[in-house]
Design a protein around this ligand. Structure first.
Ligand code: GLN
Length: 305
């Protein structure tokens, strides 16, 4: 752990001084008000030892990082039948792309592009009595943290500019792969994307993917070991959209980004690490987040490869 701490502090200093060539997301106006100088990192080891630096306790909009949590709950509820509705192949396309949906007859390539995450929300709306409360409670139980909340202002802001997601959802519904009302599914989707967490909270909530003996406070396991293996595999192959290969190549860990500027990376059996820096590269992934993680796994020699 001492070695990790030193390397994290060194790399943090290094990357802080790098000129940030990214931009904040433009399609969620509310996100532009976040200070672009924020930069935080937090690591939680499997044995719960942890370390943070910079703005690691400030909450931010986790956006697409929430897609891993919604997938986890849907997989838990639906089991292997889930894959009839959404595939597990990298798309090689931007996160909000329509391209393959037409030829794939409305079955999204994977649960982390918007189309796939919207289908997952449809599954949850069907299963949960009160999707909004039930999903939040699931996240709170998973992390043993009652301080998790949505930011309804961010959700409303995204909804006000959400034509592309509305179009995606309608398009999938035209193939019969959305069962509920489009408006209801999208309200839920925008809401889960608006979840707010700090780097510290994210690296804690993702421990269930790093520790195969993970249980909640009530000693309940969340998903099975093979299920966790599969979620990690989808994170490795699809977590960064058309930059997933690049992330595997440079960082070498399963991970997931969000347009709020957060990136979480999981080292199965070792740790979860989260970085937050709001400006994004042209693929929608945190510019400095990518850089930090590349240097971190290289210097610590702690990728899965
Ligand atoms: N809420 C965002 C959207 O639907 C999430 C995208 C992301 O974080 N990549 O566009």
């Amino acid at each position: 752990m001492e070695n990790y701490k030193k390397i994290i502090a060194d790399v943090y200093k290094d990357v802080k001084n790098v000129q940030d060539l990214g931009q904040t997301a433009r399609f969620i106006p509310e996100l532009a008000f976040v200070g672009t100088d924020n930069f935080g990192v937090h690591i939680t080891m499997k044995n719960k030892e942890n370390f943070g630096i910079g703005d690691f306790q400030k909450k931010f909009s986790i956006q697409s990082i929430a897609k891993v949590l919604s997938l986890t709950l849907a997989y838990k509820l639906e089991g292997e039948k889930l894959w009839e509705r959404v595939d597990v192949e990298p798309s090689g396309n931007p996160f909000n792309s329509f391209l393959q949906l037409e030829s794939d007859l409305g079955k999204p390539r994977n649960p982390f592009i918007n189309s796939g995450a919207i289908v997952i929300c449809d599954v949850l709306v069907r299963h949960l009595k009160n999707p909004k409360e039930d999903f939040l409670n699931f996240c709170r139980t998973l992390s043993n943290n009652e301080n998790l909340n949505y930011n309804e202002k961010v959700a409303a802001s995204e909804k006000s500019c959400g034509s592309r997601n509305v179009a995606l959802c309608n398009f999938i519904k035209s193939f019969g792969n959305i069962k509920n009302e489009v408006a209801e599914v999208l309200d839920f989707y925008f809401l889960i994307c608006s979840l707010e967490m700090s780097c510290e909270e994210i690296s804690q909530i993702f421990l269930f993917l790093a520790d195969e003996h993970f249980t909640t406070k009530k000693k309940k396991s969340v998903i099975t070991v093979p299920q966790a293996k599969r979620i990690n595999a989808i994170m490795l192959t699809c977590g960064f959209y058309d930059e997933s290969g690049e992330f595997a190549f440079r960082v070498g860990l399963p991970g997931k980004s969000g347009v709020g500027g957060g990136i979480v990376a999981v080292h199965p059996d070792k740790f979860c690490i989260t970085v937050w820096s709001p400006k994004l590269n042209e693929k929608g992934n945190s510019y400095k987040g990518m850089l930090f993680l590349e240097k971190f796994t290289t210097k610590t020699a702690s990728s899965i490869f």
